[in-house]
Structures are given as C-alpha cells and as structure tokens.
Design a protein around this ligand. Structure first.
Ligand code: SF4
Length: 366
C-alpha cells in the first residue's frame, strides 16, 4: 500500500488518526526512504499538538511483589520465582518524600503503583488518600496511581482525595492478551479504563511491546486505545525478567521501537505518548530519536523492578532535542478521531493557528 504522507500529516494535524490499513502498512515498512517519511510525519504531528513540551512522569513502587495475578511478563507475580522485591505498603510519608525527590529531578506527574488484583483494603486506601493530599500540597505535581482492576466506589473516593490520573495498561492486543495475562480478562481491563473515563479522570493506558506479538497485534491495541479515548499511552519495551515465562525473549530492534512510537503517534495524533520501561536496553543510543519518532513524554527515574538511567542523562536527552518539561495539570486531551468519521476542515483538537508545519521546518525536519 502506497501511503500519502502529505495527507496523513494534514489529517494528523486535524486530530484524525490513520486507518487500520495504513497502520498495518507501517508495520511492514522497511524501505529507508519510506521510514524517513514516517518519522518526519510523526514528528510533524507531535509538534503540531504538543510543540516541544515533554510530559515527564515518575513512579513509586509503593507495594511490591507477592501478587496473586499471573501476568507472564511480571516479576512481581507470586506464580514465578524471581528476584523482585516484596514488601507491604509504604507509608504516606515515604511516598511523599519520593514524590518530592522526583519533583526535584524534573518529574511533573507522579504515580503510586501497588501490586495486586485491586486495591480495596482500608489501610491501603488511607495511605493513598494521605499521599495524594501531601503530593498535591507539597509539590503541585499531577497525581496518578496504578492500582489494578479498580471499581467506581474506590476510584471516586481517591479522586475526591486528589487523584487526578489513573494508569491501567491493556498490556497488549485483545487477541493476544490470553497469551500474556492468565488471571483476568481483557474485558476487566477495559471496564477499569471506562470507569475512570466516566469519572472524568485523565486516563493513562498502553502496554508492553516485544512480548511475542505481531505488528497486527500492535495495530489492534492502538485502535482499541483510540476507541477508549485514553489520554496518555505509556509505551514500554519488554525488559525480560529472569524467572518469568517471557524471561528469554529478545524481540525488538531499536528501529522496531521507533516504528512502534511513530505508529502510535499517527493512530493517536492528539494524545500523550510516554516512553517508559525498557527503553534503555531496547533503544540504546537511539533513545535520542524518540521525540523525532513522535513521543512527547518520558518516564524518569527507576521503573517498578528495574533501574532507569540517571535523570541527568534524560535531561541531556531532552535538551539535545530542544524539548522542555511540561507543567501540570494534565487535563483530558482532545479525542483522536478515526478516519471514517472525520470531517473535512474541522479543527478537532481546537488547535487552529498552531505552529508552522514542521515538515517544512529545517529546525525539525530530518
Ligand atoms: S502486572 Fe500487576 S497485576 Fe499483573 S502480576 Fe504484575 S503486579 Fe500483579
């Protein structure tokens, strides 16, 4: 399939994502000239909607290990024998101190992550409430949490305490999910996301790449995320953990990683795309190209069970690309529109008058 890059750029600027056929064509792409067009287009669309601003996020692994769930990539599952740390919930004070240190390091959205099917016990909910209040008061950062398959009553309560964003990954495509997650269903993941959307939260949901999925699976998840209208998509690349069923996989090249970022930018033109875990080992020196590939976000600091690179290195990476840290708050973003319901001339994102088309800007063109 021959792709019309000028038309894709034009649609992306209007918030209209590419079609399934176009997305699948990107998966098959290996011609160098075509790849250059892909990255130039993805960068132009990113620049139109997000300029040079980076959404920086960081996390606290606030309750780790001994998880009853069975997600085959995860070293915190009690089903596998791994070296992941196991501890009960941290105090609110500890979490707030971690948040303050992250803020000093440049993080502007901070997520409290707890292992388990869902967080419903009173002591843990109280820690979360106190931590959200403290983080908001002492740093002003956007507050987020990743707490499993949460239901409306607990989410309402946490939102009232100051939780602004909810993170919950789909992990992978619906048709590949049973290969990866054996203890709960895709529909349960979707229900959690829909509940948070209904509550008006900023919802962050994406997945992990390099788990044996095909390009068709990657396209499938991107389209599902567009349908769910999530605000932010974390892109993780598998860092295979010894002792897990996926511990042997080494699937991705740096070019694959950059193609995945570009694919997601063009399916979801208006949304935040955050490059997270596994970027160091899968992208190596090519990390510097993630913004050119269409990303506008970066997780800083350590991941849940693996170390990230030094924050100073990430600041250097952003500076090298002329990017600046975006301040909070992060409101729900304009919907990325599927091509079949696009309206010619509509400024979907309310972004008329945004900067020049970077396809013609020597500062950003490759
Ligand atoms: S991904 Fe989350 S739910 Fe799944 S095993 Fe790991 S901690 Fe548990």
């Amino acid at each position: 399939m021959q792709l019309d890059w000028t038309d894709i750029t034009d649609r992306g600027r209007r918030g209209v994502g590419i079609s399934e056929a176009e997305a699948l064509a990107i998966g098959n792409m290996c011609d160098e000239a075509e790849l250059t067009e892909l990255f130039t287009t993805a960068e132009a669309v990113r620049f139109h909607h997000h300029g040079t601003q980076v959404n920086t996020c960081g996390i606290s692994n606030a309750k780790s290990g001994r998880c009853p769930e069975k997600c085959n990539f995860c070293s915190q599952s009690a089903h596998f024998s791994t070296a992941a740390p196991a501890y009960t919930v941290k105090s609110a004070e500890t979490i707030i101190d971690e948040a303050k240190a992250a803020f000093e390091g440049g993080v502007r959205e901070f997520s409290i992550v707890m292992a388990g099917k869902a967080i419903t016990r009173e002591p843990e909910l109280q820690v979360l409430e106190d931590a959200f209040k403290g983080i908001r008061a002492q740093t002003g950062m956007q507050t987020c949490a990743s707490l499993g398959l949460m239901k409306r009553p607990e989410l309402e309560r946490l939102k009232a305490a100051g939780m602004q964003s909810m993170h919950h990954n789909l992990e992978t495509a619906r048709s590949f999910h049973p290969n990866i997650v054996e203890s709960h269903t895709y529909d349960e993941e979707v229900e959690t996301i829909r509940t948070a959307k209904e509550l008006g939260m900023y919802v962050c949901s994406g997945g992990i790449f390099g788990m044996g999925e095909s390009w068709a699976h990657r396209v499938e998840m991107a389209l599902e995320l567009r349908e769910l209208d999530v605000d932010s998509v974390p892109i993780n690349f598998l860092n295979p953990r010894p002792g897990t069923p996926l511990g042997h996989l080494r699937e991705l090249s740096p070019l694959d990683c950059l193609k995945i970022i570009a694919l997601y930018r063009l399916v979801l033109p208006t949304k935040d795309l955050i490059v997270c875990g596994g970027r160091e080992m899968n992208l190596g020196d090519r990390q510097v190209d993630i913004f050119k590939a269409g990303a506008n976000g970066l997780m800083l600091g350590n991941y849940l069970t693996t170390a990230g690179q030094a924050m100073a290195q990430d600041h250097g990476l952003m500076a090298a690309e002329g990017m600046q840290i975006r301040p909070p708050p992060h409101k729900p973003l304009p919907r990325s529109v599927p091509p079949e319901i696009r309206t010619e001339g509509t400024d979907v994102g309310g972004l008329a008058g945004k900067p020049v088309d970077p396809r013609t800007s020597p500062a950003l063109a490759k």
